[in-house]
Design a protein around this ligand. Structure first.
Ligand code: MN
Ligand code: MN
Length: 306
């Protein structure tokens, strides 16, 4: 029998992992009983919290797939974030909330919506197909929406995310604020990581016009706790700037409770932060009030100022 691999992006986050599970379940319920969830990397602490809460195992790690295999992608579609031989696989479906970054030579099922989380789209797909959302599925969906939208406070949040969470919290029987904050906090525990690991946890290479940059975002419940490591972090950042030949490295330390970010900016284009946000960098750092979304509140503003 033909097997269908369902997976999200590399460096999996909670949306990627839960959406793989929830999408595979939907496929099973709709008759594709060979669909199975997989992951392309290790589980982060926030996702571990969710799976522990539900007493669920993580999806199996997928090291490689044979060319020609059937796959379903969730929470990503860019080949650079996917399994290496994506171009040689047969993509059946994609459910995603990122910009389209892929071209295929064959038709396939695409469901893209500009919402805060893949699970919000899956919530709709369950409803449209009349598939029951169990307490477990509801908890997975709700957890991912809370994660991707930082408790519905990120500017990526849409009305659809809000109404999905409202409906799901009833089925899941959880207090969203209480459970969500506990879950987000579980994801901010940096104690087991080295400085070099922290600087790579969620690093994305993004060029603002010709300014070669990396933005790394770290969520925390206490900016002060992370800033205690400032000297070591700056030392690590300087090494990366040299080895990667960067003009700018931005470490965005995002306070998930108060919805602000402390920024540490190093490199010869660090002043770009001052121009973009009208702040003054003192000792390479400044507070960016209300900034929580790299996608919506950093990348476009920095690009415009470059
Ligand atoms: Mn994701
Ligand atoms: Mn997502």
């Amino acid at each position: 029998m033909v097997k269908t691999y369902v997976f999200g992006h590399k460096s999996p986050d909670s949306d990627t992992i839960t959406s793989s599970i929830v999408m595979a379940n939907l496929e099973n319920k709709l008759g594709n009983t060979d669909a199975k969830a997989y992951r392309l990397g290790s589980i982060n602490k926030e996702t571990e919290f969710i799976l522990n809460y539900l007493n669920m195992d993580a999806p199996e790690l997928l090291e490689s797939i044979e060319d020609g295999s059937d796959v379903i992608l969730v929470d990503h579609n860019s080949p650079s974030e996917s399994i290496d031989n994506l171009n040689n696989l047969n993509i059946l479906k994609i459910v995603d909330h990122h910009k389209l970054a892929l071209e295929t030579s064959y038709p396939l099922f695409l469901r893209f919506e500009p919402v805060g989380c893949t699970e919000t789209i899956l919530f709709k797909l369950y409803q449209e197909n009349g598939v029951e959302i169990t307490k477990e599925i509801a908890t997975l969906m709700l957890s991912a929406i809370v994660s991707d939208t930082l408790l519905l406070k990120s500017p990526t949040t849409t009305e659809d995310d809000i109404s999905a969470v409202k409906a799901l919290s009833k089925i899941a029987e959880v207090d969203v604020e209480e459970y969500g904050l506990e879950m987000l906090k579980a994801g901010t525990d940096l104690s087991s990581f080295t400085i070099d690991e922290i600087l790579q946890l969620d690093a994305k290479q993004i060029d603002f016009k010709d300014v070669r940059s990396i933005i790394n975002q770290v969520n925390t419940a206490s900016i002060d706790d992370v800033m205690e490591m400032k000297d070591e972090l700056e030392e690590g950042i300087s090494k990366i700037i040299d080895s990667e030949n960067l003009d700018l490295f931005i470490l965005l330390i995002t306070d998930i409770v108060n919805s602000n970010s402390q920024v540490i900016a190093l490199g010869k284009s660090a002043k770009l932060i001052e121009k973009a946000y009208g702040v003054e960098l003192i000792d390479n750092t400044a507070l960016l009030e209300g900034v929580v979304s790299r996608k919506k509140q950093v990348v476009p503003i920095m690009t415009e100022s470059a």
